[in-house]
Design a protein around this ligand. Structure first.
Ligand code: FEO
Length: 397
């Protein structure tokens, strides 16, 4: 069985990367990542859709040769120019000197800007088609999913969508390629983390792209990262819809920083009191030790956030402030929000978090807890009151 043939005429030629430790030099890759590329083989022409990160260019060409031998590739369709997909273009042109680069005007400007390539290009616009013989490709623009030049490519004869970063996940492909040849359950959390880290700022453009995708009603979705979706298409569309509407499920994330354990005690007590009231699910993250991508993932997942930290240099403890900045950068329009903080001689953390709630236009839930110096029974009582307000809010959903 050739499992690299996704549907007749569409072959997977992507690669796994299990050595890069941080995607975009930012986001950890504990289970690696795949850079997906696809051949569409018509009776007259062959198109390659996207390439891979340049260190894996040789492997991409090997995979292509395994599929089509020495036949030439006529077209390289570029859906997205971020270098994890485009940086093998030069290697590919050395191997296939007559290949023609097909993309929209914005992407072709980037091809010139990144790689100095201006010849042998074909500009396409919304709705244009490319006839490969028996199979056609149609192009639809999807700006800001994830860059302004992004587009998707549709093969109507196979009801197959080449979706770029949309519907992608972190995590290398363990053997299988489609969701019927590997365990898709391993990828849902990594899809959330990928979305929250990479695409999370662009909810409105994702909604516009989703409307186009729903009109097409794809049977197969071929993203640039992670599994090819065939059996779980409805679940994938539903998850993207909820993520891009910033719609959290019922649950609470408690994210905190702590230097000497007093603020940590507040986080632990708030979590325990919420659990004691039978509310949840509850996820707790110490921001000094948990990479922000995992915290962002959970904040995109759940509808309630409790943030806390000590005062540091007359401001909020840096790891907590960094997470808050990341939330602001993602323009999350609503979360049920509560907060707590501590100080030794002059409080600033709680004030900082209050101002943050104002900037985000989030209505705070309950009374913030502010601790001076060591954790105490009084502080525990205040944590219990805050936890009660959060638990009541969760239980009333
Ligand atoms: Fe996988 Fe936006 O690149």
């Amino acid at each position: 069985m050739n499992i690299s043939e996704i549907v007749p005429g569409v072959r997977y030629v992507g690669v796994n990367d299990r050595t890069t430790t941080r995607f975009e030099a930012l986001w950890p890759l504990p289970a690696g990542v795949s850079y997906n590329a696809y051949l569409v083989v018509g009776s007259e022409h062959i198109a390659l859709i996207d390439t891979v990160e340049e260190r894996f260019g040789g492997r991409l060409i090997e995979n292509i040769r395994r599929e089509i031998g020495n036949r030439p590739i006529d077209y390289l369709v570029i859906n997205h120019m971020e270098p994890d997909h485009s940086s093998s273009i030069e290697a590919l042109r050395l191997r296939y000197p007559n290949i023609r680069i097909v993309s929209n005007a914005k992407a072709l400007q980037m091809v010139s800007g990144f790689y100095g390539i201006t010849a042998d290009t074909l500009e396409v616009k919304e709705g244009d088609t490319l006839d490969l013989g028996g199979l056609t490709l149609t192009f639809a623009m999807a700006p800001m999913v994830h860059w302004p030049e992004t587009m998707v490519t549709w093969c109507p004869e196979r009801q197959t969508l080449f979706s770029g970063d949309a519907f992608g996940t972190f995590g290398a492909l363990d053997g299988g390629i489609t969701d019927s040849h590997l365990d898709p359950n391993r990828y849902w959390e990594e899809m959330r983390r990928y979305y929250a880290s990479i695409v999370g700022k662009y909810g409105s453009p994702v909604q516009k792209a989703l409307a186009k995708v729903r009109t097409l009603a794809p049977a197969t979705i071929c993203p640039t990262h992670g599994p090819v979706w065939q059996h779980q298409v409805a679940q994938v569309l539903d998850l993207y819809d909820r993520l891009s509407r910033y719609e959290g499920e019922k649950g609470v994330v408690i994210a905190y920083g702590s230097m000497y354990g007093n603020t940590e005690q507040m986080a632990e007590r708030i979590a325990r009191h919420i659990a004691a009231e039978g509310a949840g699910p509850i996820v707790v993250h110490n921001l000094t030790y948990t990479d922000p991508s995992f915290v962002l993932r959970d904040i995109f997942h759940y509808d309630t956030l409790i943030l806390g930290g000590p005062t540091y240099n007359g401001s909020l403890f840096p790891p907590v402030a960094q997470l808050a900045d990341m939330l602001a950068a993602r323009c999350i329009p609503r979360r049920k929000f509560a907060f707590f903080g501590s100080f030794c001689w002059a409080g600033a953390a709680v004030r900082w978090l209050d101002e943050f709630a104002g900037r985000m236009k989030w209505q705070p839930l309950g009374d913030p807890v502010e601790l001076k110096q060591g954790f105490s029974e009084d502080a525990d009582a205040a944590c219990r009151r805050l936890a009660h307000d959060v638990a009541t809010s969760l239980q009333n959903e």
